[in-house]
Write a protein that binds this ligand. Sequence first.
Ligand code: PEP
Length: 251
Amino acid sequence: MRKNIVAGNWKMNKNLQEGLDFAGELQTVLNGKKINCDVVICTPFIHLALINKQKTGNTVKLGAQNCADKVSGAYTGEVSAAMVASTGAQYVILGHSERRAYYGETNAILKEKVKLALENNLIPIFCIGEVLEEREAGKQNQVVKTQIEEALFELSAEDFGKIVLAYEPVWAIGTGKTATPDQAQEMHAFIRQTLVAKYGEKIANDTSILYGGSANAKNAKELFSNPDVDGGLIGGASLTVEAFMPIIEAF
Ligand code: PEP
């Protein structure tokens, strides 16, 4: 059965000490609570190894927000999937719309990143989603299908089974404009059908599909109550424990 997951995406926020403080506080608050989802924090690279060293147990899982599309070598400034894995991180966000828009990440590049992440036993949280003009033109399903097909559909069924998807309509990210629960469910069901057609019912039903885009304490419960919404990728509301906890507890 698929997992429910609430993952925080810190983006380029928090210095090292702030990150360590947050992770410590989150772990303290979570300890002793019954939580019905996996909790992941996706931090900047610099935090990963130290948070991993500081934390006890696996209540809070760690992820990076990116990794290189190359194995190693003369790629100044890049961080490889193997390096991410060596910190103790278990997840890596790939294909976030900010990486696609500001750093030119294409589906072809993302295909390489996914491959390397999997080879290094990292679980990709693979982001897909349409921009506003595409939704207004009614093209959102085709856009999302193409992103999935071009970056992921050469994977074997076994490898695809390790992927987590995050539907993040670009018009909802950081804008305060959330997809309605119906819009989210409609797209998540479409994504799952797309997976059924390629990999069959079992893998499609076992794939966690998260929603991302201005999710917060107020709307999380309703979003997560949809049958095909298996959690959230949370940006702004993952930056304080007070804002993040009610989203985790929405399950
Ligand atoms: C994100 O960056 O993945 C995201 C969903 O951001 P926000 O929650 O701030 O819209």
